[in-house]
Structures are given as C-alpha cells and as structure tokens.
Write a protein that binds this ligand. Structure first.
Ligand code: ATP
Ligand code: ZN
Length: 728
C-alpha cells in the first residue's frame, strides 16, 4: 500500500509516514488529515513512496486526502524548503505558517462565489432629501447621505467603509424609495486615474528595469521622499501585466494598504487585484490566496505573509519601504519577507525591486558592492515640489513648556494662519509617559515585563505596551506614600492637551494605536486629512510611512534624542530612516515644507546629515563604524533565543547549548546574555549570539549545532534560532 510522507505543524524537524491506499505521485502538495497521538491533524503531503522505516504494527492510516483544491505548486514547496533550511525551523511549521488558516483545518475547503456587486445612487426622491432632515445624532445616516450627494454612486465596499451600520440604513432607504441599485460592471466600479508623464529620472529607472527583462536582478530603487517611486512601480507592473503575468507587491503595514490599494485600483481598474493583510478574515484570505494561485488575480498586494502566496505566473516582485522592520517576523518562524522575496525572484528568474528613501544598510552595502543594481531618484516628482527645509531647535536655549518650544509654537501658529496642515511627530521608541513619584523616583513597573507602564490619561489607566496588562492609577506612591505623583514625559495625549490649550480653535487629530484600532479608522482618518478637516495631526511611527498629504507643510519632531545614544547598534539607522520619512511628509505638492526638530544635540552628525538630506553621508559613517565594530553588513549573525519562568533555567540551557557548539575558526560564539527586554509577559529571556564574516560558514555551523540543541532536555525552555536578527 502506498505511504504518504506528511509535514505537520509540530516542532520536530521530520516528516510523518502514513498508509493511504488511494495515494499517488499526483498527490504531492495536497492536504491530508491524519491521526497524530490522540489528535486528528492536517498536514501537507511531501512525498509518496512504497517504503517506510516505520514498523508495520506502528504505521497508521491517513483519514483522508483533500482533493477539492489543487496541490501546492512545486515552486511554493521549494520556497518552504529553502525557508526551513535557512531559518533552521521545522519544515512542517514553516509550511503551516505560510498557509491560510482555512487550509490548516481538518476540513475540506468550501467556497461560495462572491456575490455580485451592486452600485447605488439617489433616486429623484432621494435627491430631495436634505441633510438637515436627518437628526444630527444619526451621524452615520448623515454621513451616508452626504457621501451620496457628493459621489453620485457608491458600491458596497464604499458603503461599508462609511460604517458597518450604513449597510442596514441602505436597505431602509431602498424601502423608502430614496435609493436605487444596479449591477455594476468592473469598469464602472473604479474611477480611472490619469497617468502622469514620467520625470526624466523615473523614465531612466523604468527603462533600466524593463530592459533588464525576464531575468533575475535585485534592483535597489533609492529615491528621496516624494520622488514618485510608486509611479515607477506602476509602470513596471503595467509592462508585466501586458505580458499576462502577475505582480506581487509587498508593503509594510496594514495602515498603508487601503491607500495603495486605491492607487492601484485607480490605475488598473479592470485588472483583478487581491489585497492580503492581517485585517482580513479567514475566508477572505483564502479567497485571495486561491485567486492568486489560479492566476485569476493579477496584482497581489500584501504585507509580510503574502510572500508565501502561490503565484502561477509571477513577473515581478516589489518590496516597498524595504528597510521596514515589519518585513521581519518577530516570533515563531523569524523570517524576513524581503529576503525571501529575493529568493523567489531568483527562483522565478524575474526582477525584484526594493524601494526606499532610506535603504537598510544591508541593502545599501549590497548596492555599493554591485550585488544589487542601484537606481537613484534625487528630486521630487511633482513639479516645483522641493525637499523640505529641515532645522533643529536647540532645547537647551529654547526651553520647553509642556514639551513644546516657542519657535515650534510660532511655526504652528503661522501654519494655521496660512491654512496649511501640520504634523507633530513623537518618537515613541523607548519613550512614553510614565507615572513618576517626584519624591522617591518610583515609576510604575509592569509585573510581568521589564518595562514601565505607560500613562493613558484619557481613561486614567496604566498600561503595559508589551503585554497589554492594565491597572488603575495608584492614589499615592506605593514606595514612599507621597501623594504627588504625576505623569512624566510626553505621550500623544499629553501633547494633544497642550496643543488644545494653545490653539483652542484648531482641529486637532491624534493618531496612535488607540485611535486606529477600530476597523475602518484609518480610512476615516485619511479621508479627514485629505479633505482638510484637520489642522494639526499628532502621531507616532504609524504616521511616518508613505502617506501623501499634499497640504501638509510643517512637521515638528519631539523626543528624537533618546535613540542617539542607544545601546542597539541599529538605533541610529532606524532613527535616521524614520525622521527622513516623517520629514518627507512635508511639502509634497505645491506648499513648501518645513521640518523642526526639538533637540539638545543639534550638532550631532545624524541631525547634520538629516538637515542636508544626505543619506549617503550618514550611511557611510555608520558603515565605517560597523566595519570597525564587526557588525552587519560586515558579518552575518544568528541568535539562539531562549525563555523560561526562571532566568537560571534559561542561562543553564544556553550554557549547555554553548557547550555543544564546536564552532570553526570562522565562526565566533559569544556568551549568553539577558535580552534587551529581559522579562516579557512573565518570562525571563536571554540569548546567545553567533556570527561570522562568511554566511556559508555560519550556516554550515548552524545546521550541525541546531541538530545537537534539539537533543537537549528543554521541557521548561522555549527556544528558537533567529537568523539575521534585527532585535536583541
Ligand atoms: N511623473 C510625475 N509627474 C507628476 N507627479 C508625479 C509623478 N510621479 C509621481 N507624482 C506624484 O508625486 C507624489 C509623490 O509620489 P510617491 O508617493 O510615489 O513618492 P514616493 O517616492 O513613494 O515617496 P515616499 O518615499 O515618501 O513614499 C505623488 O503625489 C504622485 O502622484
Ligand atoms: Zn507587561
């Protein structure tokens, strides 16, 4: 009887054999439901054979093989194999991590076809309804009517964006005879956007990449903020679509998806596009995945996980904001979607484009050493739009009142008078308001993490931003009994209060994790900014990326100094990228941009380079430092991470692992040390670093070492190898 060899989602690096009487070679890549211990689990068939090492009496039979969808394509299985080898992670877990949840279930896949889309418009009766006829408290109804009055027709997704409740209202209004519906065709569902004439620089970029044709190349598209990298992507995609092939576009964060999706749908209104991000439910994700696999979807836009989408005829991969750390998964399988994208491009013999205004030092170095092809865009795409003027405000001279200096207040004031928008950016990495006792210095700690609790003024709560723990404000200092404990440092809420006091008439909008948690919050925020319903935006890193706010002229930056002297060797690189990004939000269209950085160190080389928009100067300095210190990109690193309830358990485990290692000369092994966040969610964490200037030597060593570590007793320890770690 045939034997199937199945990859399962279990933490051991082996396949499991089962009997399956109806199996054949055609079943490789299909899902099989099998018994595992007392459980029933589903895995992927990776081989079908006549033989097995398992004694007959122990060999179990598979329950069934699911054949309702096609097997996973061989190229995707190759990608999983590579990923498992490179990241030293069990193959079954790699595969299951990369598949939609619905394919991990013990159930066959059933898919309903998408219902037809309708579009809705006001009838003549509906046109006579006035906004004031609807009571002001029915906010959703008012907004819906307002949207209809402006947009002529609306589709279901657009209505859903307004509010989930709007759909219910719609039905009522159809009953009332205010609204009619008709089936929409693809061409009417989207407005077709105009195609701009390329700038000379964009044209050179597009020509170079398309001339590179159907062969593997990694292109670093290195263009200043606002240089029109998106337009370059669009043109490349256009040529790929003309060949009937698919384009995979990877983007950092969910917050950007709707905006980019809009741009793509606007340009390619008749081209099927799927968007794969963490905001989808399981069915939506599976549907998108299947459309990509069948070749029905031509453009696949997605975050990190989309790199594992099966694509039948891939023509190009684009990784936008390639330096963004969200491309690296920070738990379980710690893969880098950017690096896997490069593997996939090589596998498919197609170009991959890494786009950024501030490339990661790794990519920049690869471009300098000709491993990547380097294309620069040095000026902004919109005519007459120039890079913003960046200046420092020396806070040793200009004292802060509640965090804002006089020159910044004045600039905000002027911006308001000119009816332009401004943005206050608060660097939050390692800096958030804490509760401080001024008499003994006590600050509220998280009981489960080595971090301080963050003050949330609005609901008078203390929250841990790592584990989510929350508690009430204490009435007095638990250490000395002093009643005068107050928030120290600024968060977005505190700055909002200060700004409201200064500019009572201004419309201020705060954007942070709290205000964007709701499902359509981002769309609403972006809409409000674009239609100038906001004068001053306050936000954190969420705001720095990729947004195009044409009327924004002033950016104020607070609390950036902390990262200048961080112990993390990547802190400067990240800070520079982030400040460049956020500064890049100003002056993108016809209004001139001005950026003010409040700092105690205006002469620091990082701020100096920033003021000159000189990425290269800073990158060269940082590369020189890294070379001397022996840091990436001059070495390749891996971390053995471990965590347990007691630090001794963790350190003992790491010490044993170190004992098992027999690193060759080319590989350096360091001592175990506590992690930067040494306690997280109640677990103690430590790690052990290995590095080498040779990637090959490092990986040969890791393969042997990994096998030995798996033999260690580790019931009380959770451990993982983190290859090319970004965080320590
Ligand atoms: N050839 C062009 N002619 C006129 N306008 C253009 C052209 N190309 C792009 N633009 C416009 O320039 C603006 C900036 O483009 P885009 O957002 O693509 O820049 P970017 O390089 O991605 O910047 P960032 O790195 O800040 O995200 C957009 O408003 C876009 O519509
Ligand atoms: Zn915590």
């Amino acid at each position: 009887m045939p034997i199937i060899r199945v990859a399962l989602n279990v933490p051991v690096d082996t396949l499991f054999d089962y009997q399956a009487e109806d199996a054949s070679q055609h079943d490789i890549g299909l899902r099989a439901c099998v018994p595992f211990g007392k459980k029933q689990v589903t895995g992927i068939i990776l081989a079908v054979s006549d033989e097995t090492q398992i004694p007959v009496e122990k060999l179990k039979s598979a329950y069934c093989i699911f054949r309702e969808i096609k097997p996973l394509p061989a190229a995707l299985l190759d990608l999983f194999h590579f990923c498992s080898q490179y990241y030293h992670h069990p193959l079954g877990m790699v595969i299951m991590n990369g598949l939609p949840v619905k394919l991990r279930n013990n159930k066959p896949v059933s898919l309903k076809r998408k219902p037809h889309q309708y579009q809705y418009s006001l009838t003549s009766a509906g046109k006579n309804v006035e906004l004031t006829q609807i009571p002001a408290r029915n906010r959703v109804a008012r907004r819906l009517l307002n949207e209809f009055q402006q947009a002529v027709t609306l589709t279901n997704p657009q209505i859903k964006h307004i509010s989930p409740r709007a759909e219910k209202l719609l039905q009522d209004w159809i009953q009332l005879g205010w609204i009619t519906s008709e089936l929409c065709s693809a061409s009417t569902a989207a407005r077709v956007a105009k195609t701009p004439v390329l700038t000379a620089e964009q044209e050179i970029a597009v020509n170079a990449i398309t001339a590179g044709g159907k062969q593997f190349n990694t292109w670093l598209l290195h263009g200043v903020t606002g240089s029109g990298k998106t337009e370059v992507y669009l043109r490349i995609i256009e040529s790929v679509l003309a060949q009937g092939r698919q384009a995979l576009v990877l983007i950092p964060e969910i917050s950007l998806t709707p905006q980019l999706e809009g741009v793509f749908r606007g340009r390619f209104s008749n081209v099927p596009l799927v968007s794969l991000h963490s905001g989808l439910n399981d069915t939506e994700r599976l549907t998108g995945w299947l459309q990509a696999e069948s070749g029905e979807a031509k453009i696949i836009l997605g975050t990190r996980l989309a790199v594992f989408t099966p694509l039948s005829d891939l023509g190009v991969i684009i990784v936008d904001e390639e330096q963004d750390s969200s491309f690296k998964q920070q738990d379980g399988l710690r893969y880098s979607a950017r690096d896997l994208a490069i593997f996939r491009a090589r596998q498919n013999a197609i170009p991959v484009i890494l786009g950024s205004a501030t490339p990661s030092l790794e990519s920049y170095y690869n471009a300098l050493t000709n491993r990547y092809r380097h294309i620069r865009l040095l000026s902004r795409a919109v005519q007459n739009a120039t890079l913003p003027l960046i200046q420092c405000i020396d806070t040793r001279i200009h004292k802060n009142q509640e965090g804002l200096s006089d020159p910044l207040i004045q600039a905000l004031n002027q911006c308001l008078q000119e009816k332009h928008q401004s943005l206050i950016f608060i660097n939050r990495r390692g800096y958030a308001p804490v509760l401080l006792c001024k008499s003994c210095g006590w600050t509220a700690p998280c009981q489960r993490c080595s971090s301080r609790l963050v003050v949330h003024l609005r609901d008078k709560k203390l929250r841990c931003h790592h584990c989510g723990h929350q508690e009430q404000f204490p009435r007095a200092c638990p250490q000395c009994g002093n009643q005068d404990i107050a928030p120290f440092g600024q968060g977005t809420q505190r700055v909002e209060e200060t700004l409201t006091a200064h500019f009572p008439a201004a419309r201020i909008l705060r954007i942070d994790r709290d205000s964007t948690r709701r499902k359509h919050a981002w769309q609403e925020i972006l809409h409000a900014v674009h239609t100038h319903q906001v004068d001053i935006l306050i936000g954190t890193q969420l705001l720095s990326k990729g947004h195009d706010f044409p009327n924004l002229s002033l950016v104020g930056i607070l609390n950036a100094d902390g990262a200048l002297y961080s112990t993390d060797f990547r802190a400067s690189e990240r800070l520079f990228a982030q400040l460049m990004q956020v500064a890049g939000r100003a002056g993108r269209a016809n209004v001139a941009g001005h950026v003010l950085i409040q700092t105690e160190f205006p002469d620091h080389p990082l701020y100096q380079a920033l003021q000159r928009h000189d990425y290269d100067a800073l990158a060269q300095t940082l590369l020189a430092e890294r070379k001397i210190a022996g840091f990436p990109p001059y070495v390749y690193q891996a971390l053995l991470r471990a965590e347990a309830h007691h630090i001794k358990t963790v350190l003992d485990f790491l010490a044993q692992a170190a004992q098992l290692a027999r690193p060759p000369q080319a590989v350096e092994l360091f001592d175990p040390v506590p992690a930067h966040m040494s306690r997280l969610k109640g677990l103690e964490r430590a790690h052990l670093l290995v590095q080498s200037s040779s990637r090959k030597h490092l990986h040969t060593f890791l393969t042997g070492w990994y096998a030995k570590i798996t033999t260690l007793p580790s019931q009380k320890v959770r451990w993982v190898l983190d290859v090319d770690p970004l965080e320590f």
